[in-house]
Design a protein around this ligand. Sequence first.
Ligand code: FE2
Ligand code: FE2
Length: 257
Amino acid sequence: MLAATEPAEKVAQSAAVAAAWRSGALAQIGTAAPPARPARPPRPVLLEPRAMPKRRAGNSPAGRIALLHALAHIELNAIDLAWDLIARFGDPSLPHAFFDEWVGVAAEEATHHALIAARLAELGAAYGDLPAHDGLWTAAQETAYDLLARLAVVPLVLEARGLDVTPDMIRRLESFGDESSAAVLRVIYADEIRHVVAGSRWFHWLCAMRGLPPAETYRSLVRQHFRGVLKPPFNRTARDAAGFAATLYEPLAEPRD
Ligand SMILES: [Fe+2]
Ligand SMILES: [Fe+2]
């Protein structure tokens, strides 16, 4: 999956491997060494986050395409992030439930990318048409040394941030009358709550195994590896539903003025 260049190929392989794992056809998963960078198509062009053109807000087809394109890029990264987590940290001594849960996440990220790609096609666009940024893989490389750091930053900062911003995107798309795009985002939002559940569950599990206090450990890992502050308002309802307690992240929030 990480070696698949074309997004459609990455999606198809992810679904096939997840099905094989669930059926018991694979005795082990995560035994291959992951590449430092996953294979990607020649387009989109990857820019520094700073160099990204400002997304046009508002109800224009171009604005909606730019939003969906950015989300398609996030979901493609998310597929690679899930398989990278399994391949890089999937020690066979870990509980079977660990692999079940992260294989499930990878399969859902593949569905998300495919849903957005299909919606882009309906709008006459395709993934690769616009530039994208490389911030997500930077987070992966920063935390490649330890599963606890990866869990703190990827599911418990980046995916949790998705929970904060998605309801507003859904409302905006609905207000533009783009019910089809809103429906795709509603599917993604429901799944992403479970991804934060997975992040929180295995973060706490690993802290317990290592005898570390979860709240202090989370804060020190985020300060170390995540540039920038956590932006309120937080979606407390969704974060609570995911078992991600405010006592972990509230102290890291940027002060509100
Ligand atoms: Fe996703
Ligand atoms: Fe996710």
